[in-house]
Design a protein. Structure first.
Length: 316
């Protein structure tokens, strides 16, 4: 079964997490909040987790899978270097300012699974060669009136605090009080994955890697998406590991150039909207779009595992 694109639309319930901290002010950690327009047309301020955080979680899972399955990785990505292939000398030494962009992109795709799938901008040797990501994550946005933040006072235990001398060196000695937020709520998720572009050179419109390599990267990529919702990595997990209470929604996928549809789960009737959109799109070309609803995390894993086992990336 060939698949061109996959979308996941759903609502995730997270309790007592700190995945959306945006920094600190003094001894107070700050919670990231955004202002949205709700389904009644009114501006509302809600908690939110950046799509950057979700993509970082997914990319780390992909890195672990790629290492485990011995997929192609550049030397920088083998170290999970944030600069990725632009810090890999075996890549940057093989081209110069006169090398055609299509050849640079071919070399990138052949060299590294992570850079092929997650995207990168190559600027070495006065080049400006973009590799667009396969993955597109929206913000994980709190559904209005279903999210809340509480702040808790913490202080480091010092066994004999009376004899601790005040230290202004910044070495974190003594009893330092601080306030840490804990966030709970139902969050709306929108994500899209153009899996047909795995290994695809957007300039030459060709695939410089074999079908076997594309298939291996495809399976690894979908596993990383699945693992993202099984284990959400992020800040303060040592003491605020999120309680993932539920995940419900719909997976849509396309078998041709029609994009897999998305509707924000900020809309209360998003499932009905997507189902209607699927019917409308299939009237243009029958059986182009499929929608698979899931009711909880175990149901989601079952549906994703079946897609991983029964499908292949479409060849453009």
């Amino acid at each position: 079964m060939p698949i061109s694109s996959i979308s996941i639309n759903g609502r995730v319930t997270l309790n007592l997490h700190a995945l959306n901290n945006e920094g600190g002010e003094g001894n107070q950690l700050l919670t990231r909040q955004v202002t949205i327009i709700d389904e009644n047309g009114k501006p509302v301020t809600v908690n939110a987790i950046s799509g950057d955080m979700l993509k970082h979680i997914q990319a780390e899972h992909l890195y672990n899978i790629a290492k485990e399955e011995d997929l192609d990785l550049c030397s920088a990505c083998k170290m999970f270097n944030a600069n990725r292939i632009t810090a890999a000398p075996e890549f940057t030494a093989k081209f110069n300012s006169k090398t055609p962009d299509t050849d640079v992109l071919d070399l990138l795709i052949k060299t590294c699974t992570v850079d092929d799938l997650e995207g990168i901008l190559v600027t070495h040797h006065n080049k400006n060669v973009p590799r667009k990501s396969i993955a597109e994550f929206g913000w994980l946005v709190g559904v209005p009136e279903t999210n809340k933040t509480e702040n808790f006072f913490h202080v480091k235990f010092v066994s004999d605090s009376r004899n601790v001398v005040k230290d202004d060196s910044g070495s974190n000695l003594g009893q330092t009080p601080f306030h840490r937020p804990a966030n709970s709520g139902i969050y709306a998720l929108v994500a899209n994955f153009d899996v047909c572009r795995i290994g695809f050179n957007d300039i030459s419109k060709e695939y410089p890697i074999s079908e076997e390599a594309r298939q291996a990267r495809y399976k690894a990529f979908l596993k990383s998406i699945l693992y993202t919702f099984i284990k959400m990595r992020g800040a303060h997990r040592n003491t605020q590991n999120p309680h993932v209470m539920n995940f419900e929604g719909i997976i849509t996928y396309s078998q041709n150039s029609i994009p897999a549809p998305t509707v924000s789960p900020l809309e209360s009737d998003y499932l009905e909207e997507i189902s209607t959109i699927i019917q409308n799109l299939n009237s243009l070309k029958p059986n182009s779009i499929k929608g698979i609803k899931f009711d909880n995390i175990s149901d989601f894993t079952q549906k994703m595992v079946k897609i991983i086992q029964d499908s292949d990336p479409l060849t453009l």
